[in-house]
Design a protein around this ligand. Structure first.
Ligand SMILES: *Cc1c(COP(=O)(O)O)cnc(C)c1O
Length: 471
């Protein structure tokens, strides 16, 4: 019998692995999952033997340890809370805006049982699901009617298709945006069955360019916010006010894809100016649409605002039925919008605004405390130093705008930076950080204040495991 054959004969059976103490310790996990994990671990050992090379550890203990890892992974939720240490405030990979406490509570409440998502409680009749947020949108932005869909990409398609199917839509060459993935204005136009008419140049477009492009086939002038890029230097675009005036004089509509959707003037909070929803409506745009999970700081959705007639036309479009949002999104959105009724309390009660307006002194204090705690708890294998840095707003908002921050840089002789960053991501909760200049960089602006201790605890566990492995 060859070496491989004898090793294969000695492989533990799946039942032996299932009975091993390492797996019995995870008795809470579903039995079918445990069996699958044990089978997978034995299979992996068998493949390793057949592949030859260095003899793998095929003891029952080693295979059971591997099975326990697989089981632990499969038995715990895959989508879960994570710590955003990246410094990108609206990080699409990490779910963009973190919800406020009020929105979290509203989601839990709506999820707990049935809810009145589309029933008018007074009459008992079927109602519109936007009824819950309609009045809030009007109160906050002045818009008479609102529609909510899955995201702003859907809102764009719905607006274009409703207002301009089989007709022409004029867009400036300076606003031919790609947001990421397949959201690119020319592709979206095709999807919505509209004919794109490009006017002007990349850096400059004039009102006369739009004027000259209007034909009997034109249905819409679309203004697209340059949310994730800037054209600097010899550059100009036509303001929405002038586009709306021109459109109305010629009997066509003016739409504004506002993207980031600031509900109020961010300068009040010491932030750079970002075109806001009320500004766009006041300028005369017939329909304004934007994301719910960018500067609004709510759940993923696309919000469309405009006259009652236009919004009703959008609602009747079959695309709307494919894009409408669920009760959990509406619950989170309503609670988030309510916070804007008291703008002066936003920095305290609105998570995203807290992050955007966090005073640098407070960030520095937390960074220094965190560096000290890590230095003490991980003495001997990890150094932690504070450094001034810059956080990015991200998510296609406030393009190119960074906010000052303080970061903690982690360096270790035991780990390459990328390896330490990977270990942090595999922690519970996962901690997602950047690697820069051979250090793991933790940005205290995006780590929520109640998460600082989680970071220390995760690093202590990583250090313990490493010492255990070395011993
Ligand atoms: C972000 C953005 C979109 C896409 O919004 P999603 O909510 O991500 O679908 C579309 N247009 C502009 C101008 C944007 O900034």
């Amino acid at each position: 019998m060859g070496n491989a054959d004898s090793a294969l004969c000695k492989l533990p059976r799946v039942d032996d692995i299932l009975d091993h103490p390492r797996l019995s310790a995870l008795a809470g996990a579903p039995h079918s999952l445990a069996r699958r994990a044990a089978r997978q671990a034995v299979e992996e050992a068998r493949s390793a033997i057949l592949k030859g090379g260095a003899a793998p550890d095929t003891s029952a203990d080693a295979i059971a340890a591997r099975a326990a890892d697989i089981l632990r992974h499969k038995a715990s939720p895959s989508l879960r809370r994570a710590v955003n240490a990246t410094g990108v405030i609206l990080h699409t990979g990490l779910g963009r805006a973190p919800l406020s406490l009020a929105a979290q509570a509203a989601v839990a409440e709506a999820a707990a049982g049935y809810c009145n998502v589309q029933v008018d409680l007074g009459s008992g009749e079927r109602s519109q699901r936007e009824a819950h947020i309609q009045w809030l949108c009007e109160e906050i932005t002045g818009a008479p009617a609102a529609l909510v869909v899955n995201n702003n990409a859907a809102a764009t398609v719905l607006a274009l298709n409703t207002l301009a199917a089989e007709r022409e839509v004029i867009v400036s060459r300076g606003e031919m945006v790609e947001i990421g993935g397949a959201f690119r204005i020319p592709e979206i136009m095709r999807l919505a069955s509209c004919r794109l008419v490009e006017v002007g140049c990349t850096n400059r477009t004039h009102l006369r360019d739009y004027e000259n492009a209007i034909t009997s086939q034109t249905a819409l002038i679309l203004s697209v916010h340059q949310s994730n890029y800037r054209i600097q230097g010899f550059a100009s675009q036509v303001p929405v006010r002038e586009l709306a005036e021109l459109a109305h004089a010629r009997g066509i509509a003016c739409g504004h894809d506002l993207g980031s959707g600031a509900l109020l003037d961010l300068r009040v909070y010491g932030l750079p100016h970002e075109p806001s929803v009320p500004e766009s409506l006041a300028a005369g745009a017939d329909v304004v649409f934007f994301s719910g999970d960018k500067l609004l700081g709510g759940p993923q959705c696309g919000i469309m605002l405009g006259s009652a007639d236009l919004i009703q036309a959008m609602r009747r479009n079959p695309f709307y039925r494919t894009y409408r949002v669920d009760k959990l999104t509406l619950a989170a959105l309503e609670a988030t919008l309510r916070l804007f009724l008291e703008p002066e309390t936003l920095p305290q009660r609105h998570r995203l605004m807290s992050i955007l307006t966090a005073p640098l002194g407070e960030i520095r204090r937390r960074a220094e405390l965190l560096a000290t705690s890590i230095g003490e708890a991980c003495a001997g294998w990890l150094t932690a130093q504070t450094k001034n840095g810059e956080s990015e707003v991200g998510g296609g908002s406030l393009a190119g705008c960074t906010l000052p921050t303080v970061v903690v840089r982690l360096q270790s002789d035991d780990f390459a930076a990328a390896e330490l960053a990977r270990n942090l991501r595999l922690e519970e909760p996962p901690i997602v950080a950047r690697v820069h200049d051979r250090a793991v960089v933790l940005d205290l602006r995006t780590i929520l204040p109640d998460e600082d201790d989680l970071v220390v605890a995760a690093l202590v566990r990583i250090g313990n495991l490493n010492q255990h492995a070395a011993a």
